[in-house]
Design a protein around this ligand. Structure first.
Ligand code: SAM
Length: 237
């Protein structure tokens, strides 16, 4: 690759800064499979930031009890503002996202949209959550991965990171093109089969053998439509 092309590639990569109390829980997922490929190719740069590194006391406390009483601890303003403040001095961010069960529910459209951004921060909550002033004054967007509550934001931010990174051009090879996946055209994916053609008497549909691309495409469209109608009729609205 010529020097100038290499420079363009490096300048064009997406950067994801992850702010968390538990960076150790993320390393294996961020170092495997498609995310690893994207990082190795230099398409995405992912940096982990440990909130405990920003604690001011010698016990590295980042949480405290809620005003007004109640169970659980809340992540305090200071470590989050210090960490994100430092990052913002280094570059500007398109979005500073807090993962939260009361945020907008994540979907493929949001993944598509985020895959076009240049720099984003993902903040994971823990314990009972985070001080509201963080949400009011530094967060630009709040995302939920579904109507249930997990112990921390690490699994949600991994889900968002994976869904976004695989859509960045150059990450997936043609064979795994994301364009044919469920939700990309508003429908669920049709059934898929691989060899052998007959497994324990369960046969692959004949239409997939003829090599007639028009028929195969029509069959897949019909199957995708029927599956969507049965499982997710809301998508057809
Ligand atoms: N008290 C919070 C509430 O009722 O909304 C739940 C806190 S939860 C135990 C701790 C952290 O896990 C949250 O701050 C958030 O970062 C993350 N989390 C849990 N469930 C989530 C979800 N469905 N989507 C995104 N983040 C979630």
């Amino acid at each position: 690759m010529a020097m100038s092309e290499e420079k363009i590639l490096i300048e064009e990569k997406m950067r994801i800064d992850i702010v968390t109390a538990h960076p150790e829980s993320l390393s294996s997922m961020l170092g495997a499979s498609i995310i690893k490929i994207a990082r190795d190719k230099g398409i995405v740069n992912i940096a982990l930031h440990n909130l405990h590194d920003y604690a001011l006391d010698k016990y590295k406390h980042i949480d405290d009890t809620p005003f007004g009483g109640g169970a659980g601890m809340l992540i305090k303003c200071q470590p989050v503002f210090d960490c994100i403040g430092k990052l913002r001095k280094e570059r500007s961010y398109d979005e500073i996202i807090f993962l939260s069960p009361d945020g907008e529910v994540f979907n493929q459209g949001m993944a598509n949209e985020l895959s076009l951004k240049r720099n984003i921060i993902l903040l994971a909550g823990h314990y009972k959550g985070i001080d509201q002033r963080i949400r009011d004054h530094i967060i630009t967007r709040e995302i939920s991965i579904g109507d249930y509550v997990l112990s921390g934001g690490e699994i949600p931010l991994l889900a968002v990171t994976d869904a976004v990174v695989r859509l960045i051009p150059g990450v997936l090879g043609d064979a795994e093109s994301a364009l044919e996946d469920s939700y990309m055209n508003g429908l669920l994916e049709p059934p898929q089969y691989t060899k052998p053609a007959d497994y324990k008497g369960w046969k692959v549909p004949d239409v997939l053998f003829g090599g007639n691309h028009k028929e195969i495409s029509e069959w897949r469209d019909e199957q995708a439509y029927e599956k969507t109608k049965n499982r997710r009729p809301d998508l057809l609205d």
